[in-house]
Design a protein around this ligand. Structure first.
Ligand SMILES: Cc1ncc(COP(=O)(O)O)c(C=O)c1O
Length: 356
């Protein structure tokens, strides 16, 4: 049949880069995705097992029981919680409800790549504003880039990949000055305990994003949530799928939210490992930036090697870390590594010591 398939694709989608499925080596030390290295609590595993024989049934509509559990955890009402298939899902819902083609989204760069990706999917325009030398926000530059087309600003706090935490007063300045939607992505909240969730009833343009992927160690089950006001939550749910989170994910998340002791123990371990890993990396000559997360952002320039080469060398030694060299305006010397188990961190250090 003579169909001109190319002419049928949405123009905005045609401009996106192709993606490839990747299967990571089962035996590799995986520090590239910012994951928690510990397995889920036995209570989470038990909850999944107990739910497994009910998966002939649909999950709660709009994740009802999980919304209630998250409302308890965060101290807001269930109507202020929007759940999704990871916070990635919520980022996509946010751009869909606020943005028309050609409208603008401010992104302090470098930052989490999904904001820019989701913006382009709906034909809106990412406006990148450089961060300062220490990766903190350039608040004045952000305010100066606002135009009548600006609809949304995404601020990851702490930021990925740079790991730094922005002081609350700067976020307040932005909230005071901007009429647009301000999304504060607190994916790493439990590691730093800094939040602006208490402000959602004060600023009607504020959405706080959270995730169970990192501190709760449930990256594979895909649950994220937004905390906001009733009106924005209502609009997000208007376009959400009726079953945004699957039944096993709901059971696992509810069990994880109850097992706080286990979660806190893991967080403490990450903080302890960080205290050992950072000086060891610095001793090798690497620059390690301050971190409020479970990962480190590192500059390889003092070693005279690009991060691309360093990441390749580590991969050859079975250790996966994420290369940011040359990306989003960065020099070719930056990479990110998750804090692994004590053993994984030692393997990372041994590989580096063997070469530098
Ligand atoms: C800042 C930030 N937001 C959101 C996400 C995505 O989280 P989720 O696994 O909940 O989709 C990540 C993942 O790395 C992140 O770093």
């Amino acid at each position: 049949m003579n169909i001109k398939l190319d002419s049928l694709f949405n123009e905005y989608i045609k401009n996106l880069s192709p993606k490839q499925a990747i299967i990571r080596g089962e035996n590799a030390i995986r520090l590239d995705k910012g994951e928690l290295p510990y397995p889920p609590s036995p209570k989470v595993v038990q909850a999944i097992a107990e739910t497994a024989n009910q998966i002939n049934r649909y999950p709660d509509v709009l994740g009802g029981s999980l919304r209630t559990a998250l409302a308890d955890y965060t101290g807001v009402s269930p109507e202020q919680i929007v759940i999704g298939n990871g916070s990635d899902d919520l980022i996509e819902l946010i751009v869909k409800i606020f943005l028309a083609p050609g409208e603008e989204v401010i992104l302090p760069r470098p930052t989490f790549f999904v904001y820019s990706f989701a913006t382009k999917v709906v034909g809106a325009v990412p406006i990148e504003v450089a961060r300062k030398e220490d990766f903190s926000l350039d608040v004045d530059a952000i305010i100066n880039r606002v135009t009548p087309q600006t609809k949304v600003i995404f601020l990851a706090n702490p930021n990925n990949p740079t790991a730094n935490l922005e002081p609350r007063e700067n976020l307040l300045k932005i909230l005071e000055k901007l009429d647009s939607i301000v999304v504060i992505d607190e994916c790493y909240y439990e590691f730093c305990q800094e939040t602006v969730a208490d402000l959602v009833d004060i600023y009607p343009n504020l959405i706080v994003l959270r995730s169970l992927s990192k501190s709760f160690g449930l990256a594979g089950i895909r649950v994220g949530y937004a905390i906001t006001n009733h009106k924005i939550a209502d609009y997000l749910y208007r376009i959400a799928q009726l079953f945004p989170v699957n039944k096993l994910a709901i059971a696992a998340s509810r069990a994880a939210l109850k097992d706080r002791e286990y979660i806190q123990h893991n967080i403490n371990q990450i903080h302890q490992s960080k205290q050992q890993l950072i000086p060891a990396l610095e001793k090798l000559g690497l620059i390690v930036y301050p971190t409020a997360t479970n990962f480190l952002f590192i500059n390889s320039k003092p070693l005279g090697i690009t991060s691309g080469d360093l990441v390749k060398f580590l991969e050859e030694n079975n250790v996966l870390v994420a290369d940011f060299g040359g990306k989003q305006g960065l020099e070719p010397y930056y990479f990110r590594t998750a804090i692994g188990t004590q053993e994984e961190n030692q393997i990372l250090l041994q590989a580096l010591r063997s070469q530098f």
